[in-house]
Design a protein around this ligand. Structure first.
Ligand SMILES: Cc1cc2nc3c(=O)[nH]c(=O)nc-3n(C[C@H](O)[C@H](O)[C@H](O)COP(=O)(O)OP(=O)(O)OC[C@H]3O[C@@H](n4cnc5c(N)ncnc54)[C@H](O)[C@@H]3O)c2cc1C
Length: 289
């Protein structure tokens, strides 16, 4: 007989009391797309908490200075939310490219972060924005950490994702490359957030997924753009720095030669998107010449 029990608390305060008093390890189930569909092994013992019916755990607030997203918000909600798309398009774009319609209807932002796959599509965008996570720790205490510092652990619940105002730059975009067009796991993804005014970059934040064990910021490539004019010389430096970033991340891996080439196409695609230019604009052709 299984020693795993399942509970579905109605709200956060019930769950908090449950965490505070739990004598066995606590695990969480949100949309179940990793835990059930993708066949990750279910825990044998302890308490499995179903988050999908909890009041207030699926909500996006974009009206305040920071954007706040509750952890059981589904990927389709992120893709379709008008306020989010207007203020922070990169996250909506990443969500719209996650899995299939069926996966997006079930998958949650909390599950995407906690599952921590190298190719998770939402994480590069959140990383570039300097996202913070509001957590309920196993004993029931509150905690807040930067997404980069988060480590999943039994009984550690992600309650909310906070995108600080300072991290939400005016222009943003996400691109990914997979083995096919739809329902594809990223082989390489990039998220770019930038200030770009009168043809000159201000602050730039860039992060990549599927290069190495974890999504990562690309500081060399950020510096290649920051404070510079959008012109062929800048783009050439940007492309060279992207290749350096790939070399730093996956030196010696079989995918390195492919990703060194692929990253240039994705990088220019992102610049075209945030500057509302055609990828066929002569500026990009000159940069590649
Ligand atoms: C066919 C298929 C295609 C996919 N395509 C993509 C894709 O293109 N891009 C992509 O990024 N992902 C993809 N995925 C992976 C998956 O859909 C995402 O990682 C999803 O966001 C996981 O969310 P979930 O709610 O389903 O998590 P679950 O399966 O419910 O949980 C996953 C893990 O996270 C933990 N967890 C869940 N919520 C919390 C929380 N609030 N706090 C702490 N821990 C928590 C669970 O305990 C479990 O360990 C795909 C999966 C499948 C099966």
């Amino acid at each position: 007989m299984s020693a795993l029990s399942v509970v579905a608390p109605p709200d956060l305060s019930t769950l908090r009391s449950l965490l505070a008093g739990a004598a066995t390890p606590v695990h969480f189930l949100a949309g179940g797309t990793d835990l059930l569909i993708a066949g990750c092994p279910l825990p044998d013992t302890g308490l499995l908490v179903d988050l999908s019916r909890m009041d207030g755990m699926a909500h996006i607030a974009t009206e305040g200075a920071d954007i706040r997203i509750r952890a059981a918000t589904t990927v389709v909600m992120l893709a379709d939310h008008c306020g989010l798309r207007a203020r922070f398009p990169a996250l909506s774009e990443a969500a719209a490219q996650c899995g299939s319609v069926q996966i997006r209807n079930r998958a949650t932002i909390g599950g995407n972060i906690a599952n921590a796959s190298p190719g998770a599509d939402l994480i590069p965008v959140l990383l570039a924005a300097g996202a913070r996570l509001s957590l309920l720790e196993p004993g029931g205490e509150w905690n807040e950490v930067a997404i980069l510092e988060f480590a999943p652990a039994p009984g550690r619940l992600i309650v909310e994702v906070i995108l600080p105002k300072a991290g939400i730059l005016p222009r943003s975009a996400f691109v990914k490359l997979g083995a096919r067009q739809d329902l594809t796991i990223s082989r390489l993804s990039l998220a770019l957030l930038a200030e770009l005014q009168d043809g000159r970059f201000g602050v730039v934040r860039l992060a990549a997924g599927a290069i190495g064990p974890k999504p990562r910021r690309l500081p060399h490539a950020e510096s290649a753009l920051e404070g510079r004019r959008l012109e062929p010389a800048t783009l050439r430096d940007f492309l060279s720095s992207l290749v350096v970033e790939v070399d730093n991340a996956i030196a010696g891996r079989a995918s390195q030669p492919y990703k060194r080439r692929a990253v240039a196409g994705l990088g220019l695609d992102l610049i075209a998107r945030i500057s509302s230019m055609s990828p066929r604009h002569e500026l990009f052709e000159e940069a590649l010449a």
